[in-house]
Design a protein around this ligand. Sequence first.
Ligand SMILES: Nc1ncnc2c1ncn2[C@@H]1O[C@H](COP(=O)(O)OP(=O)(O)O)[C@@H](O)[C@H]1O
Ligand SMILES: [Mg+2]
Length: 296
Amino acid sequence: MENIKSGQLSAVSSQVRLGVKINSFRYPDGTQALSDINMAVNRGEFIGILGSNGSGKTTLLKIIDGLMKDFEGSVYLDRADIKKLSPKEIYKKVGLIFQNPDDQLFAATVLEDVAFGPINMGFKEDEVITRINNALRDVEMEEYARKSIHNLSFGQKKRICIAGLLAMGHEILLLDEPTAGLDPMGEYKMMTLLTKLNKEKGVTIIMATHSVDLVPLFLDRLYILSKGCIVREGIPEEVFTAPDEMASVKLRLPQIAELIYKLRHEDNMPFGKIPLTIGEARREIIKTMQNVKLKI
Ligand SMILES: Nc1ncnc2c1ncn2[C@@H]1O[C@H](COP(=O)(O)OP(=O)(O)O)[C@@H](O)[C@H]1O
Ligand SMILES: [Mg+2]
């Protein structure tokens, strides 16, 4: 019995790719950016860090990417202490995509930019070409290989940033507000692309966002960050509760959830649960209206 238990335990823990415990991080000017962070990210998960401006999202992603190591606490990447890993050992597995693609892209053309990583990793020419082709195909930008970076749209630049990291073979992608600055269709396309990378290629994804309407549609699990602390964690249904609780962390419910919440609590409509997406709301409204009709 004992053996089975410990066997199961090790099977579970080998799924954990990132274990993050940060007690404190201050910037050199004294700003206390993070105070209480506890996260565990499993292989293949699609995780959201949801928080308002200034809550510490970018700081947290930079620490997980090994860019800042002078924090109190520990970050484990596949059970190795990130403070003891070299940048090369970290970058083999983890890639960070900045909020602004212009901070990340530097080459003249798409091809040169995406080629930079695999060339630096020492791959042979054939392998570099295969990696570039595969990465551009994964982000649906194959026809843009010879284009000047300068002429790409903001959303296309974001895709090229992702391709650059995929070409290096990152298994864990950290994305800082990947949908910020995109139009509604661009936001949807970006989330669909990330979902595809996660579900089909098995890339583990952690994205920082404050876009509460998109989150319930796509993400497996969420952490809510407020003033440098993780204040709640769970699947979207567990995290999005009452509007006042979301307001206390400077966020709100998805709009459709807010509407149904008001109909239930202010107009006494007999809704069972608070739906988070249009699809769920549609089903819940039909069900509730049928119940109301039966009673009449
Ligand atoms: N380089 C820096 N020096 C000093 N303070 C910083 C620096 N970068 C961010 N901060 C501060 O750290 C806190 C968290 O910032 P940040 O991680 O950028 O939040 P978010 O990404 O959620 O908007 C904020 O109070 C911000 O002003
Ligand atoms: Mg930020």
